[in-house]
Design a binder for this molecule. Sequence first.
Ligand code: C5P
Length: 305
Amino acid sequence: MVKSERSRPHVMLAVRCPAKLNLFLEVVGKRADGYHDLDTVMQAIGLCDELRITPGEEGEEVSLACSEASLPTDSRNLAVRAALALRERTGCRRGARLELAKRIPMQAGLGGGSSDAAGALAGLNRAWGLGLATEELRDVAASVGSDVAFFLYGGTARCTGRGEIVEPAAAPAVFHYVLVCPRVGVSTAEAFARLGALTYPRASASILLAQIAEGSVEGTGRRLFNRLEDAALALRPELHEVKERLARTGLFAGVGMTGSGSGVFGLCRPDDWERAHDTAARLGLGDVYAVRSVHDGVGVGPTAT
Ligand code: C5P
């Protein structure tokens, strides 16, 4: 420890790990591996966890400390799993101390754990001086979890396969959302299990993507879609009230559910944003956040030691 501090400056990195919203989510098929193939449009938002990384020496461990006591800090945590997968992929034997400040609500369909994992990959790639290109990190990301690769790119993207095939999409405008996280969570596995036979006609993301490319709040709001919504509502009927009451405020161009829930969000005109937030907060439906779309994904920067 003392030796390493002498031999090289003690560099600490801070990685911003944004949450996501699913503006569109269609389940297109069931796979042999038990997962489902998706066609989804993901949007990174400015609600972020922060991951601090202090690189260690050869032969040292990867350790994690987390502000959220209910989260595991061993290899069940996706950030640790990502660090171990990166070592495996590159043969790097160095350790790292990870410190995670959680701000993204959990079990809400916001992808926080996946974003932390992407943050660990991007941050350790820098901290360990590995020099992997984003495309190489993407392969490691896909082995860690379905949503991890998206957060390496962020912004707006159409994601297919299990979600790990990421195609960035044009989204010139900044969109304004109000996010409500009810105190009940939804298990992703249970929501997918409720889908049963996938006999419905498949919805298409194309029209939504065209509306986003035009920067149309009204058009985008009208086209929000999530195939997992009915399954989540069956598991947690109270989510129906959350959606209905947000819609009834009349302040949103559209109201949707993200991932397998339980996060529900409304898209509004910029001028209505503050009022929509305050109105939603007064409804007492859960924790309420005013969030904007962002154009990037995980962001690595230095921090004071
Ligand atoms: O990605 P995550 O590990 O959160 O997924 C939890 C569960 O949700 C998986 O074990 C699987 O049952 C289901 N799932 C799926 N298809 C996906 C993503 C998740 O069936 N594309």
